[in-house]
Design a protein around this ligand. Structure first.
Ligand SMILES: [Zn+2]
Length: 316
């Protein structure tokens, strides 16, 4: 069956929380066999294995779910966003989440394939991959001549690199920190005293629900040692350097197919359902909590404030 590449928000949501499980019969899907995402005859979304494949009336896409499985975020995973007051006011005032374009981050390796020194190894690997693909196109009675294979493989490699570079202008990201508790290091990083900041606490499920129908993909960032490894060719935006692994990042990503020139996006969110709690920085002065309360009241947001756990008193 030909895939149509048509994604409704409901199908996208279903794909975001389904990996190796058939959503119709509940069967575990075997590794190495694609799942199917699409629609039943009544238009309802489906995410199924071969077990229930016959219920698919329209196939949106095959899902090579084991490529995605590393990115899986449990719906109840606790996520944090540390920020200063200005960003917080922008969030509750605009009722929108800011997504930065990948090339706007400080990290020069955003969406990178690997470290430049290893590019020859990467090129050799993919040239080989393309040569094999060109020689084994289904339906070929005899393989094309070697020069043609070389020419075509080189062209594909170049096309690939160009599109990878362009991705940096077509990907938009909102970054979150996965952690059951608070991180003193991140407080110091994002709200260094005397800057009065705060952290929003949420869960993966709240976050994806809050962005509603926006075409967002959620995933855990993988940390790779670029001294010896690569980001791969699929979803490089979910791969970062090992030296950043303390961020334990979960990100929301929006992929555009054409660069529009905008350097960021704002996606409307239901702020109240997004925020489980708001935690004022433990380094902020006591009056800052009242400022936050007043801000929430002014914007009609009823989320609770909670003191930072770092303020707990020791005993000896
Ligand atoms: Zn099934």
């Amino acid at each position: 069956m030909q895939s149509t590449g048509r994604f409704t928000p409901a199908l996208r949501r279903m794909m975001n929380d389904s990996y190796d499980r058939c959503r119709t019969c509940g069967a575990d899907l075997p590794r190495g066999i694609a799942a199917f995402a699409g629609y039943a005859s009544d238009g309802s979304p489906l995410y199924v294995g071969e077990c229930c494949g016959s219920s698919i009336q329209e196939l949106a896409t095959h899902v090579y779910w084991w490529w995605e499985a590393d990115k899986r975020v449990a719906p109840d995973a606790v996520l944090w966003r540390y920020m200063d007051l200005a960003r917080f006011v922008a969030l509750v005032d605009q009722q929108a989440l800011h997504f930065a374009r990948a090339d706007q981050f400080d990290d020069r390796f955003e969406a990178a394939s690997g470290a430049k020194g290893l590019k020859p190894r990467w090129d050799a690997h993919y040239l080989d991959f393309f040569r094999h693909a060109i020689r084994t196109v289904p339906g070929l009675t005899e393989p094309p001549p070697d020069e043609e294979v070389e020419r075509e493989a080189a062209r594909l490699l170049q096309e690939f690199s160009q599109s990878a570079a362009l991705d940096r202008e077509r990907l938009f990201v909102s970054c979150w920190h996965a952690n059951a508790g608070e991180s003193e290091a991140l407080w110091r990083l994002y709200c260094p005293p005397p800057i009065a900041g705060l952290a929003i606490q949420t869960t993966a499920e709240r976050l994806t629900r809050a962005v509603g129908d926006a075409p967002v993909k959620i995933g855990k960032v993988q940390y790779v040692d670029f001294a010896s490894g690569f980001a791969g060719i699929h979803d490089r935006i979910f791969v970062k350097r090992k030296s950043l692994s303390h961020e334990t990042e979960v990100r929301l990503v929006i992929q555009e197919f054409h660069s529009t020139g905008e350097i960021g996006k704002t996606i409307p969110v239901d702020v109240e359902s997004l925020m489980a709690t708001v935690v004022p920085s433990p380094f902020a002065p006591p009056w800052f909590t009242r400022v936050l309360e007043a801000t929430l009241r002014r914007y009609g947001v009823s989320t609770n404030l909670r003191d930072s756990g770092i303020l707990a008193e020791p005993f000896f």
